[in-house]
Unconditional design. Structure first.
Length: 345
């Protein structure tokens, strides 16, 4: 398969309270962080957003362009009084997508689908490494699938976040669950990040392939047939979901539950799966059913998008907490990171 590192999706969210905070600090130096206010210009020579790409897209390798946007930051939220009003005005937010780290069945090369398998040791390391890469990017709310490998990934990644907010799993499955998991301190709530788990973000249901070895299945049914089951848009594996079927629930969930959060200025992280994320990326990047065939996602690689003026802008994958490129995407991201530097040096 041809592999062109055409681009990498990285999401950055913007947070209004952050903007408000920093509006009071106009004198702040951006320090060594370079703010680049230009679009479609890749800092590393790779194709920029909007360029035509071909071949396989491995979002775990690609870099992307820089353009001017702003980012939210919940850092120290001393004055949140006007946050609501600010949120209404803002149309910017960061979105981080992350495929779970390697699972114990990825390690064994087994079709997994909706079987609820935990991370392998390598997957745990990948999640922690991913957390380091996004540790200076604001996160206000986390969405995960209902499967443990995505939830482990989100939680492990957040152990590395410099802001040190506590991710808390929401329990809305019953009145009692909701009542029994209430928090009664506003201050504590401000230091928390809600984690919403939903089956709609689960991996595609792989039908009768679940538990089978991928190589053995290819040997038995032929490489082409297995590739069709794994990567075509509308051909389902036996008694399983096609990508199209997976997209029907994953993209609907994204549009109904996640996009409104982003539009209100909340910075969002989604920890999910190869195919539920492929369908969401197809929606974000407006890929055709032909183009999505070559879209591959690596395990444990965070990808950043910025929502600006109703448009999702792909930003690629942050290299680390101090990588200039990511923070150059927006003034507010740079300021967010600088504020963290000042607070936690
Ligand atoms: O469910 C699985 O087996 C994997 O998570 C995704 O598999 P795929 O790359 O074969 O779609």
């Amino acid at each position: 398969m041809a592999t062109e590192a055409c681009y990498q999706a990285i999401g950055i969210l913007q947070s209004h309270s952050f903007l408000n905070n920093f509006n009071h600090h106009q004198k702040l130096q951006i320090g060594s962080v370079k703010f680049v206010a230009r679009d479609c210009l890749s800092s590393n020579g790779l194709p920029s957003r909007g360029s035509k790409y071909s071949g396989q897209r491995n979002y775990g390798i690609v870099r992307s362009s820089a353009s001017q946007t702003s980012v939210v930051d919940p850092v120290s939220s001393p004055s949140r009084s006007n946050t609501g009003e600010s949120n209404k005005k803002s149309s910017e937010a960061a979105l981080i997508l992350i495929r779970h780290g390697e699972s114990l069945w990825n390690e064994k090369n087994l079709f997994t689908g909706c079987v609820d398998v935990p991370l392998s040791k390598k997957g745990i390391d990948e999640a922690i490494e991913a957390g380091k890469r996004i540790s200076s990017i604001p996160v206000d709310v986390i969405f995960t699938s209902a499967l443990i490998r995505a939830q482990m990934t989100a939680m492990l990644a957040m152990t590395q976040h410099r802001r040190k907010k506590v991710p808390i799993v929401m329990h809305n499955e019953s009145e009692q669950a909701r009542a029994w998991s209430q928090v009664f301190s506003e201050d504590t709530k401000k230091q928390s990040i809600p984690v919403v788990a939903s089956w709609q973000l689960n991996e595609r249901m792989y039908g009768e392939l679940q538990g089978l070895n991928k190589q053995e299945t290819a040997d038995r049914y032929g490489k082409e047939q297995v590739h069709e089951w794994r990567r075509s848009y509308d051909i389902p594996p036996p008694n399983g979901e096609s990508l199209e079927m997976c997209a029907e629930r994953a993209v609907a969930y994204f549009r109904d539950q996640i996009e409104p959060q982003l539009l209100s200025g909340k910075n969002v992280m989604i920890a999910a799966h190869g195919n539920s994320l492929r369908s969401i990326i197809m929606y974000l990047d407006k890929l055709t059913s032909q183009e999505v065939i070559s879209l591959e996602l690596s395990t444990g690689i965070p990808m950043l998008y910025i929502l600006k003026e109703g448009r999702f802008i792909r930003r690629g994958s942050p290299i680390g907490p101090s990588e200039a490129g990511v923070y150059a995407y927006t003034r507010n991201l740079a300021l967010y990171r600088q504020k963290l530097d000042e607070m936690f040096q």
